[in-house]
Design a protein around this ligand. Structure first.
Ligand code: SF4
Length: 375
């Protein structure tokens, strides 16, 4: 069914749904946002603190590496201390996978084709089933199987899809279908083509990301192009932005990508102009300070901060709280799209923060009222 603005509709690919602990992935579940810790997993306290920071930023799922026994030993304490489901990242060592499942991991990131004999695969599948774990098959262009590289000559979309389906078949043969798949590459062209091929070839939920995308700015741009292209075409059930930056930034960028596509809303969507000689207050500084001061708000809502009346009125009409620069230091504040009051230069940030907080509280109260009425 077309929405009010059909040019904004995204028809999501129909995928089967799996559970990563309490979070549903695939089907009609909201697209979840993940990141990964980089503290030593064996240092449970450091890892717990990092996961809590990620929870605060809105992470739905967090992945931790389990390279050794000390890590899977710490996992038990970690899982107990945090709210989000934990994915244990395993490479090669099937025993770590079994230990992680026993320790309470919600999901194992493991490629069954890499862990050796059929017996080992059977053991891992049994541990996952016994402990209610799902799995993620994670194909990476940088670590494709040698036979596929020989067959195709280089990492290409077809080789990545074949690798993913080979791993999937191993799990299917073990009567296990609670898994999602990723086919990541640092080259967005390769990643996008591989995900498109995989999306056509199966109905498993897809974990989407551009791997090793780079630093905060370049990685954000690359991820937005690659993941944006996929999400816009309806592909992707859970996402991770990979940045050489604080993992909290990955969560923020992930939500910003989803927000830009209208796929998920969290926090204040700030609409602001780049500013020019017509600005009636310092737009850039004001927006910088506002973004910091409003980072704690999770309620989806919009705020426009526009330097002058050229675009200020039109944008304010479409936002929950609007602010438009006016002549002689007298600016206009809008609430729910209509002019509310004037404001002088001095206290723009403090004033807008108060208004946004009040609006967020109002939206939450309304939500609670509706939920009560529905019960
Ligand atoms: S809205 Fe006004 S201040 Fe902002 S960029 Fe446009 S003309 Fe310049």
């Amino acid at each position: 069914m077309n929405g009010l603005r059909p040019w904004r509709d995204i028809a999501r690919r129909k995928s089967r749904q799996i559970s990563v602990g309490s979070v549903k992935v695939g089907g009609d579940a909201p697209i979840s946002v993940q990141s990964m810790t980089n503290a030593l997993t064996s240092d449970a306290n450091a890892t717990i603190n990092q996961i809590r920071e990620l929870e605060e930023a809105g992470a739905d799922i967090v992945r931790v590496s389990c390279p050794d026994e000390e890590s899977t030993a710490a996992l038990k304490e970690i899982v107990r201390a945090v709210k989000v489901p934990i994915v244990a990242d395993i490479h090669f060592h099937y025993k770590r996978a079994i230990e992680a499942a026993e320790a309470g991991a919600a999901c194992l990131r493991i490629n069954p084709g890499n862990i050796g004999s059929a017996d080992r695969v059977r053991e891992v599948i049994k541990a996952a089933k016994d402990h209610g774990c799902s799995m993620r098959i994670g194909v990476n262009a940088g670590s494709l199987e040698r036979d596929l590289l020989e067959k195709y000559g280089e990492p290409c979309p077809e080789a990545m899809v074949e690798s993913a389906l080979d791993h999937a078949r191993i799990l299917e043969d073990g009567d296990f279908r609670e898994f999602k798949i990723s086919v990541k590459a640092s080259d967005p062209f390769l990643a996008v083509a591989a995900y498109q091929g995989l999306a056509d070839a199966c109905d498993y939920p897809l974990h989407v990301g551009i791997t090793e995308a780079g630093g905060l700015r370049s990685g954000t741009v690359k991820s937005s192009i690659g993941m944006g292209m996929l999400l816009w075409s309806g592909i992707g059930d859970t996402i991770r932005v990979s940045l050489s930056a604080d993992p909290v930034e990955e969560i923020k960028v992930g939500f910003d990508i989803l927000k830009s596509l209208g796929l998920r809303h969290r926090g204040v969507n700030v609409i602001s102009c780049p500013s020019c000689a017509r600005q009636q207050f310092n737009v850039i500084k004001t927006v910088e300070r506002l973004e910091q001061a409003l980072a704690h708000i999770a309620t989806p809502m919009s705020l426009s901060v526009i330097g002058c009346i050229v675009n200020g009125i039109g944008e304010a009409e479409l936002t929950d709280v609007g602010f438009t620069g006016g002549g002689k230091g007298t600016h206009q504040v809008y609430l729910n799209g209509v002019p509310a009051h004037r404001l002088q230069d001095e206290d723009i940030v403090e004033h807008l923060v108060k208004l946004v907080e009040a609006k967020a509280a109002e939206i939450e109260a309304k939500k609670a009222e509706l939920a009560d009425a529905a019960e």
